[in-house]
Write a protein that binds this ligand. Sequence first.
Ligand code: NAD
Length: 504
Amino acid sequence: MVNRFPVQDRFADGAQYIGGRLRAGTSGRRHAVVDPATGEKVYEYELASTADVDAAVAAAREAFPGWAATTPGERSDAMHRFAAVLAEQADDFAYVESLQCGKPIKLSTEFDVPGSVDNTAFFAGAARHLEGKSAGEYSGDHTSYVRREPIGVVGSIAPWNYPLQMAAWKVLPAIAAGNTIVLKPAEITPLTSIMFAQAAKEAGIPDGVVNIVTGAGKDVGEHLVGHPDVVMTSFTGSTAVGKRVAEIATSTVKRLHLELGGKAPFVVFDDADLEAAVHGAVAGSLINTGQDCTAATRAYVQRPLYDAFVAGVAELMDGVRLGDPFDPSTDLGPLISHAQRDRVAGFVERARAYARVVAGGEAPGGDLAKGAYYRPTLVADAPQDSEIVQAEIFGPVLVVLPFDTDEEGIALANDTPYGLAASAWTRDVFRANRATREIKAGCVWVNDHIPIISEMPHGGYKASGFGKDMSAYSFEEYTQVKHVMYDNTAVARKDWHRTIFGDR
Ligand code: NAD
């Protein structure tokens, strides 16, 4: 049962969460959150101004010394309570996430929300495992050790495709390590990020540790990245915007973590379990209506299985149920907006000139016509260098191409600028091992495509960015290491002083 409630009332005070308080933005510009399944406005608010960013950074800066001084055990306790509050509010989170994104309620309920609760519980534990290398007498005359320290105020920017999970991925490692944070969610999907910050407060995490500013990328986003009191930028979004963010962060000498676009290959060798590969390709390409940076987008199928794979995927795609996101039987919701739907449709229309649209390739009519829906689409026989094979589409579109030798399949998989995720489908351990070794991506699945887990790192190679979300590896981004070195000789004239004083 979905517990619906009036969202305008729930966030009546505004969409800026600064210093533990919800307030209105001060930009003078209004913005609407629209349900993409109906095209109806569900919430309207005032966007943040750069002054709101300054206020949020000031709140985070003020909270930093106190939060950084807590023990790992204290942060861990607070984050365990945080996970419990999120779990108690799971139904509300699922409702709002589905409303603002058009996600099928079964996806919000079974993936987005429990994934975020589990992430929180993971980082509650991980907070107690921050460590440096062992202390030792590396020079003979000194004892050295490494302190792992928080870095200060983190500025994070997130996309609209998984707003709650992206807030979790950004906020949790940052605060577990003792930092404070200002997060800018996408302006079209701010609501669950705000709820996430409010849940942190309910759990006893001090005001100012987690702040949310909801404003436009160009002014508020860039102001946050360039802010002199922000020591690190963590950005998840498109590669194009990531390049701009990198320019600003670099010119202000900030630590930088970039999680960018993807174009994941799905490589099926001729000994693969065909039924598993066909199911994996349909689920892996359609998850979140294909608006997933790791979604399967390019299937390369070895020639003997090619025709059967194409037929099997087309048949399964045709059976996927589009519908009201709040109907528990709905498999596929709308895209995030009508503009995104039209962008996706544009890729497919242009591809008709050089490829074959085997399934889908259109928006549905009838009751769904008012929403941003697009049918699951399979495009076959496009050239490797064509737009539909090379560019990130971010919609329910899978492209399929044949290959002959194993070497060729792996080379094609590596032949885009991206390197976020990939999968290899085979029952041969040597082929699997070769594919996992040679495919350039931050994650390679074998005989599956999509699962993520809190304990394991997520992050890109190549134009998909650098740095890791989730797992203990994310602490490399959110902490800095300090070498501390003690003299053990207690003599005034050290051996190495000869370089200055000679034999005098
Ligand atoms: P986007 O790059 O358009 O926007 C991402 C965020 O950046 C938004 O909050 C936006 O307001 C902000 N922004 C826009 N212009 C900015 C600027 N000039 N300066 C600072 N901030 C700015 O991306 P999107 O359309 O929201 O999301 C889809 C993209 O995100 C896809 O490319 C997808 O692959 C990527 N993504 C990557 C990962 C990952 O883990 N690698 C995860 C999810 C999404």
